[in-house]
Every structure is written in structure tokens, then in C-alpha cells.
Design a protein around this ligand. Structure first.
Ligand SMILES: *[C@@H]1O[C@H](CO)[C@@H](O)[C@H](O)[C@H]1NC(C)=O
Ligand SMILES: *[C@@H]1O[C@H](CO)[C@@H](O)[C@H](O)[C@H]1NC(C)=O
Ligand SMILES: *[C@@H]1O[C@H](CO)[C@@H](O)[C@H](O)[C@H]1NC(C)=O
Length: 369
């Protein structure tokens, strides 16, 4: 009877935790339900060995457990550019094209923010300016000029280690018309009197011949794309980020102490439930965390309902009726009344790093409802 009170999330997790003892059909169904909850069409493949490194910016974002820098976003993805044959048309260092293959982003996601971060070259002098363009239509050599849309213009000063530019306009367009993703064009201009100097640009866009994979990985431009998926959007539109405790119209200080003492061990409360991703066989694609405290709610909702049991007026009435006539209605149920979100860092099918916030994954408070 109590089991029926648990919320769907916890049920799915518990089912998966117990997967060892379940038959195959049930295990598959449980995994499918949990993947759907996480907004994944199927289980991502195991990470390659050795796993690709998680970009520092992504790690920092995960460790901070702070809101994403784009309002309403619940997902962050990082991308490195993909070399293409078109790159040969940009042999210099002051003009460079970067193609980002974002085709793996599910169609229900809306871009809420995007920025591209460049590492600065050491020892660069003077002032330069970075211009970032969306290549709306590529040029045809000797025939037509490309159609470019300026996305951002950022001054480059010698002292900074990195520089970021806003690429949201392009990311939005690529998600809407994936066929017309022709990449970003980066231009670096000299500012001031010495514009004819052939200085090295201040930002790193090309791999140096002396660089190994690891060094280039750290020096490469990084696109961070923040999006909102349809589940998060629906929850936001319903105004439903957290289940909030209802205001109590009456104060109930009159309950007798012996009721509490008698049922103290059984009473509705939050109980520990650690979900270990290794136990459910998911540690090969989830980068972090290794698991998390989901908690669950269990226990009795005895008459008279005490204040700390977070009951609604309705639960108080139901408990009262049950105490008078147990056959008429069951007692109120012990359920989560406040939930909080967790963040997960994982690799998608093409080894891009994804950081997602999942709402309502962890019980904060229980109550009788
Ligand atoms: C983008 O990535 C997808 C999935 O890996 C791949 O099928 C597709 O060919 C790539 N597109 C380009 C233009 O590289
Ligand atoms: C121009 O460059 C020269 C040498 O590189 C330097 O001496 C001079 O101060 C620069 N002028 C400005 C305005 O930056
Ligand atoms: C009632 O809710 C509050 C806030 O969510 C929580 O701190 C408290 O533990 C809850 N009571 C029970 C019995 O879980």
C-alpha cells in the first residue's frame, strides 16, 4: 500500500536498482522509462577508451552547481570544431572558418545561449579586435561573395587568457535549418595606427605542428551551447519548478504526544536511497556524478496529522475521515512535497560533452497528501 504512494521517478530508479533481480523484459522497460525521463532516445554508447577529456569550462560549470549563464536553459553542450575541406580556403591566421557539427542535438531543444571561447596566444602585443560572423551562405570562388551576418565584435587586450564571443544567433539558425550550417567566420583585425603590421593574431584558431592532441584540445576554440528541452519548457510554462508546501489554514497544536511516540519509527519521513550508476550499468556513459542521493518518502500518516508532516487541508480532512471510518477512505499518502534538481555530465553518441539539469530528481521534504 505504501509502495503505491511513491512517485514515478523514485519507482523508476528503484526498479532499475533492483535490475539484477528482474527479468529481462522488466529491466528493459525500466531502463526505457528512465532514459525517457532523462530525455534520451536510447542509451548512449560506452565512452571510448581512453575517454575524451571533458573541457575545463564544462567541468567548472558542473562543479559550480550554479544556474547556466542562459536563462531557462537546462542543458549545456560543448563542441570543438570539425575540420572540413573548405578550411583550405582560409590559409591565414587572421581569417578562419570554424564548422561545428551540432546535428546531434534533439529537435525539441531550443537554443537559449551560445558562446565561443578562444584561448589567447601568449606574447601577443598591441590591440586587436575579433569579429565573429555567421556564414549564412558561402561564397563561390570567383563568382559570388559569401553572405555573412555579424554576430559579435570583441576587443582583444593583451592581458586576458581567453576571450568569448556571442554565437547565439548562429546556433539558433543552425537548429532551425541544419542544412544551412556553413560554420562561423572569425576575423582578427589590428586596431590603431599599426594596422599594416603582420602581427600574429591574439587568438588560437589553428593547430600548431608542434602541438600534441592534448595541447590542442586545451587550446582549441570551444563552443558552449545552452538549450532548453521540451520537458523543461513544459514545466516552466506550467510554472511548476518545485512542488511547494501549501499554506495551512489552521494550526494544529492539539495533537497528543503519545500518538507520536507510539508511531515515531513508522512515521512519514524522508529515507535514504542512493542510486549508484555503476549498479545500473550506466557508469560507462555518465561522466559525473557516480551516483546520487535520490531519497524516498515512506511512513504512516497518522491521525491527527502533525504540522511537520506537511499535510494539505485535504490530507487533514482525509485523515480525519479515515480515523472515524477506516473502511470509507484510506489514510493520506506519504509522498515527496519538495524536490530538487541534480546535474549530470555525460557523453552523447558523438562524444560531445553534455551537462544537463534534471528537475525533481531528489526528495527534499516529504509530507502526507
Ligand atoms: C555531423 O555528425 C553526424 C553524426 O555524427 C554525421 O552523421 C554527419 O555526417 C556530420 N555532418 C557533417 C557535415 O560533418
Ligand atoms: C607601431 O609599431 C611600432 C613598432 O612595432 C611602435 O614603435 C609604435 O609605437 C607603434 N605605434 C602605435 C601607435 O602603436
Ligand atoms: C516537510 O517539508 C520541509 C520542507 O520541505 C522539510 O524540511 C521537512 O523535512 C518535511 N517533513 C517531513 C516529515 O519530511
Amino acid at each position: 500500500m505504501r509502495g503505491a504512494c511513491a512517485c514515478a521517478v523514485v519507482c523508476a530508479l528503484v526498479a532499475l536498482c533492483a535490475a539484477a533481480g528482474l527479468d529481462e523484459a522488466t529491466r528493459v522497460a525500466a531502463e526505457k522509462q528512465l532514459l525517457a525521463l532523462l530525455g534520451l532516445p536510447r542509451r548512449p554508447p560506452p565512452r571510448s577508451r581512453p575517454p575524451p577529456p571533458v573541457p575545463r569550462a564544462m567541468r567548472v560549470l558542473y562543479d559550480a552547481r550554479a544556474a547556466f549563464p542562459a536563462a531557462a536553459a537546462n542543458t549545456a553542450r560543448s563542441f570543438h570544431h570539425t575540420p572540413t575541406e573548405l578550411d583550405d580556403r582560409f590559409p591565414g591566421e587572421h581569417r578562419f572558418r570554424l564548422f561545428f557539427n551540432i546535428s546531434g542535438i534533439p529537435g525539441d531543444e531550443i537554443a537559449r545561449g551560445a558562446d565561443i571561447t578562444f584561448q589567447r596566444s601568449k606574447g601577443a602585443t598591441g590591440f586587436q579586435r575579433l569579429l565573429l560572423y555567421d556564414v549564412v551562405q558561402p561564397g563561390r570562388r570567383g563568382r559570388t561573395e559569401p553572405i555573412l551576418r555579424l554576430l559579435d565584435s570583441v576587443p582583444l587586450r593583451p592581458a586576458e587568457n581567453t576571450v568569448s564571443a556571442d554565437a547565439l544567433g548562429a546556433a539558433r539558425r543552425w537548429l532551425q535549418e541544419p542544412k544551412n550550417n556553413h560554420g562561423l567566420l572569425v576575423r582578427v583585425l589590428e586596431e590603431g595606427a599599426n594596422s599594416s603590421d603582420a602581427r600574429l593574431p591574439h587568438v588560437r584558431v589553428r593547430r600548431r605542428v608542434t602541438e600534441n592532441d592534448e595541447e590542442w584540445h586545451a587550446a582549441q576554440p570551444l563552443l558552449m551551447l545552452y538549450s532548453e528541452d521540451s520537458r523543461a519548457r513544459a514545466a516552466r510554462e506550467r510554472g511548476e519548478t518545485l512542488l511547494t508546501r501549501n499554506k495551512r489554514a489552521t494550526t494544529r497544536k492539539g495533537h497528543r504526544a503519545h500518538h507520536r511516540r507510539k508511531e515515531a519509527r513508522e512515521i512519514c519521513q524522508r529515507r535514504p536511497l542512493f542510486v549508484d550508476f555503476a549498479d545500473v550499468g550506466w557508469s560507462d556513459w555518465i561522466v559525473a556524478p557516480h551516483g546520487y542521493d535520490a531519497y524516498y518518502c515512506q511512513g504512516d500518516c497518522p491521525f491527527p496529522l502533525a504540522d511537520h508532516l506537511n499535510g494539505t487541508n485535504h490530507a487533514i480532512v482525509q485523515t480525519l475521515v479515515n480515523s472515524v471510518n477506516p473502511a470509507a477512505v484510506p489514510k493520506a499518502c506519504c509522498v515527496p512535497t519538495q524536490l530538487s534538481s541534480i546535474s549530470m555530465l555525460y557523453m552523447d553518441e558523438v562524444n560531445n560533452v553534455v551537462l544537463k539539469n534534471y528537475q525533481d530528481m531528489m526528495v527534499v521534504g516529504c509530507g502526507c497528501r
